[in-house]
Design a protein around this ligand. Structure first.
Ligand code: HEC
Length: 102
């Protein structure tokens, strides 16, 4: 019985792991964006003093993120966040948030 359980688990994992490894770029971008939601609100619509980033122009968002990454734009926390991503990944985040509705 126990052996069957482990065999089943192994089969299930073998089926699921490749699916996770091949997560679509959109799924991956959404996972990154979830870390932004803690401050910028769900889907980038913020309630507090932190700027909303949903539905903003993609080029503007990308320019801001790149400026944070290079330390050109003054910030409290965004330098650290922007530095965690490659320029291409920041472009995907800018694209993602530009497509969210306010
Ligand atoms: C710990 C809270 C926090 C997290 C997490 C966070 N941000 Fe920010 N973000 C801020 C604050 C605060 C500002 C205002 C600038 C500053 O003080 O750093 C800001 C500013 C911005 C701006 C500029 C908006 C404008 O109109 O000026 C963009 C774009 C942005 N964040 C994108 C992101 C993205 C994308 C992520 C996820 C990778 C993210 N932020 C994660 C707090 C956060």
């Amino acid at each position: 019985m126990k052996k069957d359980f482990f065999a089943c688990t192994a089969v299930a994992l073998a089926a699921v792991v490749p699916v996770l490894a091949q997560a679509s770029p959109e799924t991956q971008t959404r996972a990154w964006a979830a870390s932004c939601a803690a401050c910028h609100g769900t889907q980038g619509v913020s309630q507090g003093g932190i700027p909303s980033i949903a539905g903003e122009d993609k080029a503007r968002l990308l320019a801001l993120l790149l400026a944070f990454k290079k330390g050109e734009k003054p910030a409290t926390v965004m330098h650290q966040h922007a530095k965690g991503y490659t320029d291409a990944e920041l472009e995907r985040l800018a694209d993602y948030f530009s497509r969210q509705k306010r």
